[in-house]
Ligand binder design. Structure first.
Ligand code: ZN
Length: 301
């Protein structure tokens, strides 16, 4: 095949354009989480005031794990919440930090909701997973780490460095569930890019070296939070944004969540909206957006 040839594949009697290295993209959810509306929708109140005072909770929200079939192997974006967090009384730290965790979120995770069980129901096994990209290191994104023994994990170096600072548990980082013996982490740095399709982002990390899975820095929720752009020649591009927003409609409306660095969240959200303008049809898929699964199905149709 010459460099300019358009490769083709044969499906049944039809000859189709090569769909590129990305195959099926799907989403599973490791149970549900309830947070305070102030966290989801944003608030002018100081964090400590609503965290300790709020009596209202959102409806149960999904804890999404995106499953991407790539020609080089199976890739996850985030790994969900560990069921051990609702069965093991020692999962969370005690004392003040433990109190904060109890105030931040309530989880419902049945035996059928574990990452392993959800992967199985989607037709995969944990040992199929070659790579798992962690949008950030909060508990509801790192829950699968102990169960993916064949997997290399990708994390932003800024996120890892934040975990190495004093008292990470007070910033939502449970190091003893993340930095486990034998687990392989690739701490990535973003490289400058002049790809016009990525503008206004000027830094990116090409996960597979083929341009199909591109990580973009979207800090704010945490210092090393990142989003994954999934590019497929024959389908709408996807942007998996982790917890940059809890609902794509809120991001579109210029609203930011109630936790994180507000200036950074505004900046990263504005960049995502500009990216959307350059990539018409871009599908924004947050980790806890109740509409994400349906939007992904439509994007795949
Ligand atoms: Zn989350």
């Amino acid at each position: 095949m010459t460099a300019t040839a358009v490769p083709t594949t044969t499906a049944g009697s039809r000859t189709e354009k090569n769909p590129g290295p990305v195959g099926a993209v799907s989403v599973i959810s490791t149970g549900t989480v309830q947070i305070h509306p102030q966290q989801r929708n944003g608030t002018r109140l100081p964090l400590f005031v609503w965290l300790m005072g709020s009596r209202s909770w959102t409806p149960p929200l999904s804890i999404n794990v995106y499953v991407i079939e790539h020609a080089s192997g199976l890739v996850l974006f985030d790994t969900g919440q560990d069921r051990a967090s609702v069965t093991d009384p020692d999962y969370f730290p005690g004392g003040f930090a433990g109190l904060l965790y109890g105030r931040l979120a309530r989880f419902q995770i049945g035996p059928q909701d574990s990452l392993t069980a959800k992967l199985a129901s989607a037709g995969y096994t944990a040992s199929d997973v070659r790579l798992a990209i962690l949008s950030h290191l909060h508990q509801d994104h790192i829950g699968g780490v102990p169960y993916l023994s064949k997997t290399e994990f990708i994390v932003a170096d800024a996120e890892w460095q934040d975990m190495e600072k004093a008292r990470p548990e007070l910033r939502g980082l449970l190091r003893r569930h993340i930095d486990l013996p034998g687990v392989r982490y690739r701490q990535i740095k973003f490289a400058s890019t002049d790809d016009p399709a990525l503008a206004p982002f000027l830094a990116a990390y090409d996960v597979m070296g083929d341009g199909s899975l591109v990580l973009l820095p979207t800090p704010g929720h945490t210092p090393g939070s990142m989003s994954l752009l999934v590019r497929r020649p024959d389908r709408a591009p996807l942007l998996l944004v982790g917890d940059l927003t809890y609902e794509s409609g809120l991001l579109e409306a210029g609203r930011i969540p109630g936790v994180g660095d507000k200036a950074e969240l505004h900046r990263a959200s504005a960049m995502v909206r500009q990216l959307e303008e350059r990539n018409p049809g871009l599908v924004i898929l947050p980790a806890h957006d109740p509409g994400a699964a349906e939007r992904l199905r439509s994007a795949n149709a």
